[in-house]
Design a protein around this ligand. Structure first.
Ligand SMILES: *[C@@H]1O[C@H](CO)[C@@H](O)[C@H](O)[C@H]1NC(C)=O
Ligand SMILES: *[C@@H]1O[C@H](CO)[C@@H](O)[C@H](O)[C@H]1NC(C)=O
Ligand SMILES: *[C@@H]1O[C@H](CO)[C@@H](O)[C@H](O)[C@H]1NC(C)=O
Ligand SMILES: *[C@@H]1O[C@H](CO)[C@@H](O)[C@H](O)[C@H]1NC(C)=O
Ligand SMILES: *[C@@H]1O[C@H](CO)[C@@H](O)[C@H](O)[C@H]1NC(C)=O
Ligand SMILES: *[C@@H]1O[C@H](CO)[C@@H](O)[C@H](O)[C@H]1NC(C)=O
Ligand SMILES: *[C@@H]1O[C@H](CO)[C@@H](O)[C@H](O)[C@H]1NC(C)=O
Ligand SMILES: *[C@@H]1O[C@H](CO)[C@@H](O)[C@H](O)[C@H]1NC(C)=O
Ligand SMILES: *[C@@H]1O[C@H](CO)[C@@H](O)[C@H](O)[C@H]1NC(C)=O
Ligand SMILES: [Cu+2]
Length: 842
């Protein structure tokens, strides 16, 4: 029997033999398919044809050990797609494709043939539709930033609209969307109210006023005439010295220290391989906190070798054991002074001169880096391919990849994204990072807001400038960077831009910071291989990824949407670690000089400072409605009687129990605001349920929060920073939602830890959270003990949490998807959609 199938191959003028007796080719791919074949044989020739077609499709896609079917779509220009697209000139990507199409079946050698045919481009369906005006939650556009800037200028907040921006005049640091009031937003979404209007939240450094401070303004409504400027903090509430370091100050510090570096010219040259401050070095002055009280501004600096020539962009550095502090509490640089000089942990010296005196009169220990060290820095620090190594076997051939045989299956209207029953809006804040709003699945709202809020990092080191370095990264802004297509995301991803404000040029910049793509999970979402039923569903999900850069570190902040209603939020970290100088004679190292309490030696002169990264998220679940309840499900082990007595008045263990102990669960409602921690010995499921909405079985519909248990805070409240960073103490804190309790940290608190004003513990104040609109503040992180593999660059590590349906549906939510099914008696048969081979269009 010969069938001309309507498969991919048949369409291309090839025919295949499919016989009733399962041939080797079929058997090679397992019993499953041969059963299908024999079962269908003689039943219906049409179906057989279809089956054959699908099977061949599956074969062609998966390949099979015994049948080699290579389909090669070779690009005529042999151009690197990623490079071409990175160069932003799409027209350079040739669409001429020549193809080698070879089919051979070594197992039986039936149809060994070789021919050259054209391979079709995968169908393209541009998923992105532009919209005429921004939606409710869309990130602030460049036009809206310009408009906000004009409004600030008109109201006198900003003295001039024209560059240059200088430190001594008020300047705009960040601009982000100020999301609408939730009630107004919901009324509008339910078509019961007017659009709430769009507003900007603008951080201004008011260095040009009489009592300088940091101010936040709300500007809007935007897009109509007459945007109002509203001050959100009281004058002076955030002292000017609580501001993060920015480039202005970095340059001021550099200028300021030039004269001291000149004084120490000899020390620098002798110690650091003949280096010259102006040519070879820069000042790393980013170590926060910059003061424990609002007024204090003490910049602990560290001399460092430049990694990249004279570039102002210092993402590579090599820290040296010459440190000190600039007391910069006044905005008038002529009141600044440098102090606390340390050289190889010897100090403090009040001035550079004092240090030099001791250096010259021979009373302190000296360092002499090996000759030629300066020249090795770039090689050591730049993570480029090591040409001295042979390329790993087959590594010079392209690796496996995913493509979209029917074009994108998601749609993006502006920032409103839909895929496989999911719908949500991507938003983002220059300060707080990416966020999602109004997440719905099959029409039901699950989350109102899922937002990155902050990342804190705490370092340890045995020296003056690097010990107790604590960053809260929202202070620096968490939405800068750019997608590296082909590295961060597949080339066929949709790249979305989000605008940020460039404080130095006083202009908005639209950066390609988010990519969206569907992933072939390359695994089963579910499967069963039985006698009477065999089937499964392939795992696929949609990824929204923002690869951001924060100085030396790179965070990939991402949301994954799964077919079964799961939302997985992830944070991954790569980039350069912050290391400190390895001093062979540091007496705190003991005899073995390769490790000590703050880390391992990881290169010639560096110890990787141990630290943690704790990511804080705002998770405002709205399970169908705003009113939700937080329930804990205790996972218990104990006496059968205790188990049964949680629901009945039984007094004796029924005789049918094998043991008098059992596993059981116990429910607890969280009545009052609280912070919770993971306890592996007494595990609890954390669920957010809507007690007003039950599923078919009478259980409250809900979602479960599953944090990746990758880290935990082990400082207690006796440690001063634990107020400003109180969110790091809990894996999940539950509070009543309030528009004014917007974030789990304040961007100013890290620089006023004695008197923090906007931290999570302030929100946990015993309010009732039963059947209320609640927010879960989730924090997850990892503990980083850098090892030699972190040099020169950290390989991605990840953490995150999953939101998983918990009695939300009446049964599995994936039964509305085509799947693989094969049953006997009666026989039921299904396959996932077939597809044509095609080459990726990029
Ligand atoms: C893009 O490349 C094409 C072909 O090389 C060239 O004609 C065109 O000028 C380029 N466009 C830009 C914006 O560089
Ligand atoms: C298939 O054909 C090739 C080339 O004609 C031959 O070298 C090979 O031995 C054959 N393989 C089998 C399994 O018959
Ligand atoms: C800065 O301080 C110096 C010394 O006290 C003073 O002469 C100068 O006028 C101040 N500059 C400004 C702009 O206040
Ligand atoms: C060396 O210089 C330091 C700093 O000026 C001074 O305190 C110390 O007494 C001097 N020691 C000797 C031996 O000259
Ligand atoms: C996003 O688009 C969908 C329709 O595709 C719409 O129902 C929904 O309201 C939009 N979301 C927002 C927040 O505007
Ligand atoms: C258990 O006993 C109490 C008091 O005797 C009674 O109020 C309650 O209804 C009983 N519960 C069950 C489940 O029998
Ligand atoms: C459970 O069984 C163990 C072993 O038979 C016995 O020692 C223990 O007393 C029992 N506990 C209860 C509460 O019945
Ligand atoms: C919390 O509020 C409840 C109800 O008002 C009260 O009974 C309880 O004492 C309060 N707890 C604290 C720690 O204030
Ligand atoms: C939701 O909670 C609010 C505040 O407690 C309450 O007024 C309202 O009645 C609740 N709604 C429902 C549907 O339970
Ligand atoms: Cu790290």
């Amino acid at each position: 029997m010969e069938l001309h199938t309507n498969s991919t191959f048949a369409n291309r003028g090839n025919s295949y033999q499919v016989t009733c007796k399962p041939d080797d080719k079929m058997q090679s791919d397992g019993k499953f398919r041969s059963i299908i074949l024999s079962q269908f044989c003689g039943v219906c020739i049409f179906i057989l044809g279809l089956v054959g077609g699908i099977l061949i499709g599956i074969f062609a896609y998966h390949g099979s050990p015994n049948s080699s079917r290579d389909i090669k779509c070779i690009h005529s220009t042999n151009m690197d797609y990623a490079a071409a697209r990175d160069g932003k000139n799409y027209s350079q990507i040739s669409t001429t494709i020549s193809t080698i199409f070879r089919v051979s079946s070594s197992a039986e050698n039936v149809s060994t043939e070789s021919s050259s045919i054209s391979c079709n481009a995968c169908p393209v369906r541009d998923p992105i539709n532009s919209v005429s005006s921004p939606g409710l939650f869309d990130p602030l556009s460049t036009e809206e930033m310009e408009e906000s800037f004009s409004a600030l200028f008109k109201s006198g907040v900003i003295p001039t609209k024209d560059p240059p921006v200088t430190f001594y005049k008020n300047y705009v640091q960040y601009m982000s969307l100020q999301p609408p009031n939730k009630q107004e937003a919901l009324r509008f979404l339910q078509k019961q109210g007017n659009p709430p209007g769009r507003f900007a939240k603008v951080h201004v450094v008011r260095s040009g006023i009489h009592n300088p401070d940091c101010m936040i303004y709300k500007v809007g409504p935007l897009g109509r005439d007459g945007a109002q400027v509203k001050q959100l903090l009281a004058d002076g509430e955030a002292h000017i010295n609580t501001r993060p370091k920015d480039l202005f100050e970095a340059l001021m510090v550099f200028e300021f220290l030039k004269k001291d570096m000149k004084i120490m010219e000899q020390l620098i040259s002798e110690s650091f391989d003949g280096a010259n401050f102006m040519d070879d070095m820069y000042i790393f002055s980013g170590n926060s906190p910059f003061g424990l009280t609002s007024e204090e501004r003490k910049i602990r600096f560290n001399l460092a070798f430049k990694g990249f020539g004279n570039s102002e962009i210092m993402d590579l550095f090599d820290l040296l054991p010459l440190q000190g502090a600039v007391i910069a509490s006044s905005l008038n640089v002529s009141h600044w002074f440098a102090t606390d000089y340390y050289y190889l942990n010897q100090g403090p010296f009040k001035t550079a001169k004092d240090l030099m005196n001791s250096y010259n009169n021979g009373t302190i220990r000296k360092l002499q880096l090996p000759k030629g060290y300066v020249k090795t820095i770039r090689d050591r620090i730049v993570p480029k391919r090591d040409m001295s190594l042979p390329v790993r076997e087959k590594a010079d051939t392209p690796g496996a990849r995913t493509y979209e045989p029917a074009g994108a299956r998601y749609t993006i209207n502006g920032y409103n994204i839909s895929w496989m029953g999911w719908n949500f809006v991507l938003s983002g804040s220059q300060v707080r990072g990416p966020s999602l709003f109004n997440i719905r699945f099959k029409g039901d709202r699950i989350v109102y807001e899922l937002a990155f809020n902050d990342v804190s990092v705490m370092y340890a080191a045995d020296n003056y400038a690097q010990n107790n370095v604590i960053y809260t990264d929202a202070t620096y802004g968490i939405l800068e960077g750019e997608v590296i297509l082909g590295v961060d995301c597949p080339e066929h991803s949709s790249v979305l831009k989000i605008a940020t404000w460039n404080s130095r040029t006083a202009t908005p910049i639209d950066t390609s910071i988010v990519c969206v793509f569907e992933v072939d999970g390359e695994e089963s979402l579910w499967r069963h291989k039985g006698g009477a039923f065999t089937g499964g569903q392939r795992e696929r999900h949609l990824v929204i990824r923002a690869p951001i850069t924060l100085g030396n570190y790179d965070y990939s902040l991402e949301f994954h949407f799964h077919l079964d209603g799961r939302i997985v939020t992830k944070a991954r970290a790569s980039g350069y670690i912050q290391a400190h100088f390895w001093d062979v004679r540091n007496k705190h190292f003991g005899d073995d000089r390769s490790f000590y309490p703050y880390g391992y030696r990881i290169s010639d002169f560096h110890v990787g400072s141990i630290h943690d990264h704790t990511f804080g998220f705002k998770v405002d679940l709205d399970i169908l409605e705003q009113n939700n309840t937080f329930k804990l499900i205790h996972w218990k082990a104990g006496n059968v009687l205790d188990a049964l007595q949680t629901k009945s008045n039984v007094t004796e263990i029924p005789s049918y129990y094998l043991f008098n102990q059992t596993r059981y669960i116990e429910w607890e409602t969280l009545y009052r605001e609280a912070g919770l921690r993971i306890d592996m010995e007494n595990q609890k499921f954390w669920t957010v349920v809507n007690t007003n909405k039950q599923n078919k079985w009478g259980n409250s519909r809900g979602y479960r929060i599953i944090p990746m248990a990758t880290g935990a805070q082990n400082f207690d409240d006796s440690f001063l920073p634990m107020r400003a960073l109180s969110y790091t103490k809990y894996h999940c804190a539950v509070t009543k939602r309030k528009d004014e309790e917007e974030f789990l940290t304040s961007t100013f608190d890290v620089n006023r830890m004695m008197e923090p004003k906007g931290y999570l513990d302030l929100m946990i104040n015993n309010e009732s959270i039963v059947n209320e609109d609640i927010v879960n503040w989730i924090s997850v992180g990892f503990l980083h003990v850098p090892t030699s593999e972190d040099m020169p660059i950290t390989l991605n590590v990840e953490t995150g949490f999953t939101l998983k349906p918990h009695n939300f549906f009446d049964r599995s939510p994936v039964l509305d998807l085509p799947q693989v099914t094969n049953t006997i008696e009666p026989s039921e048969y299904e396959r996932m959609p077939k597809f044509d081979q095609c080459y990726e269009k990029m």
